[in-house]
Design a protein around this ligand. Structure first.
Ligand code: PLP
Length: 403
């Protein structure tokens, strides 16, 4: 095997992987239409109305409502569901901090239920263990673009009368048993922030089939107005959480490429799964057979448990970067975040810990990420990633197995 790049050898990869964002004539045309129309935002929805209608339609949802970003979209959904200060919201610890802060912003206490070892998605059994009389909602996070086990989560939510919210920020286009994510719970939220698979710089949207919930969410996001009411008729406390027409224009452009990009990512991810399965030192995550479409916002894989340690993970990242592979270390487990723990303690008056050993171990010692854009190129890109992994594997053995 050739010399590692960190030792002065030739890197496997010297050319860049595909860039993000991807855009073209469609976005340009639509943005200019908004600019020239003079209708840039506010109440006279034009492109935003088209976006809401198209987004709802392609998901098979009754309603869609544009919201300033994914965090606020979750907050609005929780507020509209009647979450009150002190209520508990169960969520996975392996997620972006916004899942936790959205619940905090709605006044709730985030409660962490550990993830499954082989998927990194919330474990329905662990959810049940965390339910108390104060539990009001569950947030299912479709992390990396893989749908969580919505069949079990829905059964639990129904049995206990809980609000089930899907954080689908990373999973636009994904589906579970042929149903699009965002339509499986009581409401589903998406983000159009710049890293996401549909990107308008910032932005968000909520889906729901519930007419009452829709009206409440709309009111909260539109300064307490009532649908069809007078301009200065404010019947509840609400804020301005709207997007602009420019953002809607960009999203409508991005959506024209969505299906093709999903197919490309899925094809490349399947190849990478196969190549990684052939290596002793690395392992892909399992995809539940009920996942009919995986959105691959992130391609996650892991260092095998027998070799894993935080030090090993750090070394592997350094070696792969030197080989030209842009792997990322990913999240720290959110149940260990000191800001979340401190804010929770302020509200409950006690220091509560929600141990999530699986999430803690995998996040610190095992998981590695590749961003979605790495999957948007051709087969050669994937073979290069696998070659680099094979190359660093030899050194991982030299670091040795722990006693
Ligand atoms: C990006 C993201 C959010 C927040 O979306 P913003 O639009 O950045 O507020 C929430 N949850 C997850 C899992 C995300 O990846």
């Amino acid at each position: 095997m050739s010399k590692l790049a960190i030792d002065g050898g030739t890197p496997v990869r010297t050319t860049p992987f595909p860039n993000w964002p991807v855009w073209g004539a469609e976005e340009e045309k639509l943005i200019l239409e908004v600019l020239h129309s003079g209708n840039w935002g506010g109440a006279n929805k034009d492109k935003l109305a088209v976006l809401e209608q198209q987004f709802a339609h392609r998901h098979g949802a009754r309603h869609a409502i544009n919201i300033s970003n994914g965090t606020i979209a979750m907050t609005v959904a929780l507020m509209a569901a009647g979450i009150e200060p002190g209520d508990e919201v169960i969520m996975p610890p392996y997620t972006f901090i916004a899942t936790g802060t959205a619940a905090l912003l709605a006044g709730a206490i985030p409660i962490f239920a550990d993830v499954e070892e082989d998927t990194l998605l919330i474990d329905p059994h662990k959810v049940e263990e965390r339910i108390t009389p104060r539990t009001k909602a569950i947030i299912a996070v479709h992390i990396a673009g893989a749908p969580a086990n919505m069949t079990s989560l829905k059964a639990i939510a129904d049995r206990h009368g809980l609000f089930l919210l899907e954080d689908a920020a990373q999973a636009v286009g994904a589906s579970w048993e042929n149903h699009k994510v965002g339509t499986l719970g009581h409401a589903g939220t998406f983000s159009f922030q710049s890293s996401k698979n549909i990107n308008s710089g910032e932005g968000g949207i909520i889906l729901t089939d519930d007419d009452t919930l829709m009206e409440t969410m709309w009111s909260i996001a539109n300064v307490g107005r009532v649908p069809g009411g007078a301009w200065y008729q404010h019947e509840r406390i609400g804020w301005n959480f709207r997007m602009t027409e420019f953002q809607a224009a960009v999203i409508l452009g991005q959506m024209t490429r969505m299906d093709e990009q999903i197919r490309t990512r899925a094809r490349n991810a399947a190849l990478l799964d196969k190549l990684i399965s052939g290596l002793e030192q690395f392992q892909p995550f399992r995809n539940d057979e009920r996942i009919t479409t995986h959105a691959y916002h992130i391609y996650m894989f892991k260092i095998r448990a027998e070799l894993a340690s935080p030090a090993m993970k750090e070394q592997v990242i350094r070696m792969l970067h030197a080989e030209g592979i842009p792997v990322l270390p990913g999240y720290h487990s959110l149940n260990c975040n000191t800001a979340i723990i401190a804010e929770t303690a302020k509200r409950t008056g006690k220091q509560s810990v929600y141990p999530c050993p699986v999430s803690e171990r995998i996040s610190e010692a095992q998981v590695l990420w590749l961003g979605q854009a790495v999957l948007l190129g051709g087969e050669q890109d994937i073979y290069d990633v696998a070659d680099a992994l094979r190359k660093v594997s030899a050194r991982m053995n030299a670091y040795g197995l722990p006693d």
